[in-house]
Design a protein around this ligand. Structure first.
Ligand SMILES: Cc1cc2nc3c(=O)[nH]c(=O)nc-3n(C[C@H](O)[C@H](O)[C@H](O)COP(=O)(O)OP(=O)(O)OC[C@H]3O[C@@H](n4cnc5c(N)ncnc54)[C@H](O)[C@@H]3O)c2cc1C
Length: 504
C-alpha cells in the first residue's frame, strides 16, 4: 500500500470525535497520522561535516509526531515546492523539510538535528542569493508558514514572524502611516534580510532593518527559545543584528516603526550608456551630500540585445516639493532617456522590482562594500559593462550607504560596514543551464577588477569567501567568534556567512 493511501486508511479508522473539527480541513493531520501509523524506511542523510549516515525511520516518525507543522520527505506532496528557493541555480534535495508552524516546532527541529549532528539549513523568505537556505540531504527548517505580521499603531511596533515577507511588514505598517527600513523587493524574507543587516529605500533615514529591531525571539542551537533585546541576552542581541543566521533561528521580530507619508517621490531615472560616465561622476559627489530622506540606487546594465544604460532608483521620503528641487541637478547633468519619478505610494515603489526579480531564474552575484568613490572606480564599472557580451542580462549595481547607516557606531551591533558610501555587486541572470559556466567565468573576471575598490562584503548578498570574513566584520570579528563559540559551539548553523566557533 502506498504511504498516502496507508495514512488515509489510518485516518478513516480514527473516530471523528477524536479529531477537532478544525483539523479536518488541515493537511497537517496527515503528517501526524503518518507518525503514529506508518512504517518509514531509514533515510539517507548528511551530517554537518558532510559524512553520510542514515536517519532511522522510527526516529523520523517520532519527530513528525512531535511537530504541529508537516514533515516532508522526498515522496511527500509539496516537497518539491518547499525545497525550491528563489535562486534557480540551486536544486538541492533535503532529507527532510520541517514546515514549522511556530516556535515549538522550531525547537523540536533544532533538537532533532543537534542530537544527530544533522546538516541544517534555515529558510525564511527563501531569497538567499547563495542558496544557503536549502541543503542537500540535511534538515531544511522551513519558516514559510510562520509569516504573520501585526502592528500596534499606538506603540508604533510591528511584530513579525521569522518567515514573513517584507511586503507583509510594509503593508501592515503603511496602513497606519508607519514604516521601517525594508529591502527593495517585497517578496524578500524579513528574517534573512534583518539578521544580515537590511538596506532599503528608507534606510538612510531610519538605519538598517536590524537597527530598528527592539527584540528577537530566537531558538538557539540547544533548542531553547530565548528573547534577545537591550534588556535580555544582550550579547546575543548584539550578534543577531548583522551576524546573519549564525546564532540561532529567529521565530519573531519586534520592530520600531516611524511615522511616514505613504506617498513618496519615487521611480527611475534612466540615462544612455554614453552619458553614464559623466552622470556617475556627478552622482558620486551628489550622493555624498544627499539628505537622509533621499535614497538612490544605481545600476549600470547590459541586456542580451546589447542595449546598455544606467539607471537610478529614486525614493525621497520628505515633502514632494522639496524632493523635486533636490532632484533637479540629476535631471540637468544629462537628460534622462526615461524618467518615471513621481509621487507614488511607498508600497507601490516597494513592489516595483518584484517582477524583474521573479523567483526561479538562476542568479550569480559577487559583492563588496565600496570604501571610496574614485575616477578609477567609474572607469572599471563602465568597462565591465562595455565589455559584457553574454546573451543574458549583466549589471553592476551600487545601492547607496551613508545617512543613518553610518551614524551607528561600528561596535554597537555586529554589522560593521557602517562607513561605506556604497555597496556594490555584479550580477547576471539566466535560465539555460548550458550558460552557467560562461556566466560564472564572466562574473569572476569582472569581479577581480571591481573587488579592488571594495573592503568586506554584505553577508546577505555573498558569503562564500571565508578569507574576507575578518574584513567584513572588522573590529567586531573576534567578538563574533566568542559569541558563536558560546551559542553554537558545534556550528549547527553553518549554512550562512559562517563564523567558525573556536575548536569546531
Ligand atoms: C531579489 C532580491 C532583492 C534583495 N534586495 C535587498 C535589499 O533591498 N536590501 C537588502 O539588504 N538585501 C536585499 N537582498 C538580499 C537579502 O537580504 C538576502 O537574500 C536575505 O538573506 C534574504 O532573506 P530571506 O529570509 O528571504 O532568505 P532565506 O534564503 O530564507 O535565508 C537566507 C539565510 O538567512 C538566514 N535566515 C533566514 N531567515 C532566518 C530566520 N528567521 N532565523 C535565522 N536565520 C534566518 C539563514 O542563514 C539563511 O540561510 C535581496 C535579495 C534578493 C534575492
Amino acid at each position: 500500500m502506498k504511504r498516502r493511501q496507508f495514512i488515509q486508511s489510518a485516518l478513516a479508522a480514527i473516530p471523528a470525535a477524536a479529531i477537532p473539527a478544525s483539523a479536518w480541513s488541515c493537511t497537517k493531520i496527515f503528517a501526524s497520522a503518518a507518525a503514529v501509523s506508518a512504517e518509514l524506511p531509514d533515510i539517507e542523510a548528511l551530517t554537518s561535516c558532510n559524512k553520510e549516515f542514515y536517519l532511522r525511520g522510527a526516529d523520523v516518525k517520532a519527530f513528525a509526531g512531535r511537530l504541529r507543522g508537516e514533515l516532508l520527505m522526498r515522496d511527500s506532496a509539496g516537497y518539491d515546492a518547499a525545497r525550491r528557493v528563489w535562486n534557480g541555480a540551486f536544486d538541492r534535495h533535503p532529507a527532510l523539510i520541517a514546515r514549522c508552524s511556530g516556535a515549538a516546532d522550531v525547537m523540536e527541529a533544532v533538537k532533532f538535528a543537534a542530537e544527530r549532528e544533522l546538516l541544517v539549513s534555515v529558510r525564511g523568505g527563501g531569497h538567499s542569493l547563495s542558496g544557503q537556505s536549502v541543503c542537500e540531504k540535511g534538515l531544511m527548517i522551513d519558516l514559510a508558514e510562520m509569516n504573520s505580521s501585526r502592528v500596534d499603531p499606538a506603540r508604533r511596533i510591528a511584530t513579525i514572524e521569522g518567515g514573513a515577507l517584507l511586503g507583509a511588514l510594509d503593508r501592515e505598517a503603511l496602513t497606519h502611516r508607519l514604516a521601517t527600513t525594508a529591502g527593495t523587493v517585497s517578496h524578500t524574507g524579513v528574517g534573512g534580510l534583518t539578521l544580515g543587516g537590511g538596506f532599503g529605500r528608507l534606510g538612510r533615514r531610519f538605519g538598517l532593518a536590524c537597527d530598528n529591531v527592539r527584540s528577537i525571539d530566537v531558538v538557539t542551537a540547544n533548542g531553547q527559545l530565548v528573547t534577545a533585546s537591550k534588556e535580555q541576552n544582550k550579547d546575543l542581541f548584539w550578534g543577531l543584528r548583522g551576524g546573519g543566521g549564525n546564532f540561532g533561528i529567529a521565530t519573531s521580530f519586534e520592530f520600531q516603526l516611524h511615522p511616514v507619508d505613504p506617498i513618496m517621490l519615487g521611480g527611475e531615472l534612466v540615462y544612455s550608456f554614453e552619458d553614464a560616465p559623466k552622470v556617475l561622476e556627478f552622482y558620486f559627489g551628489y550622493a555624498a551630500q544627499a539628505p537622509d530622506e533621499l535614497n538612490l540606487d544605481v545600476a549600470v546594465v547590459r541586456l542580451p540585445n546589447d542595449q546598455r544604460f544606467m539607471s537610478i532608483d529614486v525614493c525621497y521620503s520628505g515633502p514632494t516639493v522639496e524632493g523635486e528641487k533636490l532632484l533637479a541637478p540629476l535631471r540637468q547633468i544629462r537628460k534622462p532617456v526615461s524618467d518615471t519619478v513621481a509621487p507614488t505610494p511607498y508600497v507601490v515603489l516597494q513592489a516595483s522590482g518584484d517582477e524583474k526579480n521573479a523567483h526561479g531564474h538562476k542568479f550569480y552575484l559577487k559583492a563588496g562594500f565600496v570604501q571610496k568613490t574614485t575616477p578609477a572606480l567609474i572607469d572599471d564599472i563602465i568597462s565591465t559593462i562595455a565589455d559584457a557580451s553574454l546573451p543574458v542580462p549583466q549589471a553592476v549595481v551600487l545601492p547607496q550607504g551613508g545617512g543613518a547607516y553610518a551614524r551607528v557606531k561600528t561596535g554597537a551591533t555586529a554589522f560593521a560596514q557602517r562607513a561605506a558610501p556604497h555597496n556594490m555587486f555584479v550580477f547576471s541572470r539566466w535560465d539555460d543551464a548550458s550558460q552557467s559556466e560562461a556566466v560564472g567565468n564572466w562574473s569572476r573576471t569582472a569581479w577581480k577588477k571591481l573587488e579592488l575598490h571594495t573592503h568586506g562584503f554584505y553577508v546577505n548578498e555573498f558569503n562564500d569567501d571565508s578569507a574576507r570574513m575578518r574584513d567584513t566584520y572588522g573590529p567586531n570579528y573576534d567578538r563574533m567568534v566568542a559569541l558563536k563559540t558560546k551559542y553554537d559551539a558545534n556550528n549547527l548553523f553553518r549554512m550562512n556567512a559562517n563564523i567558525a566557533p573556536i575548536g569546531a
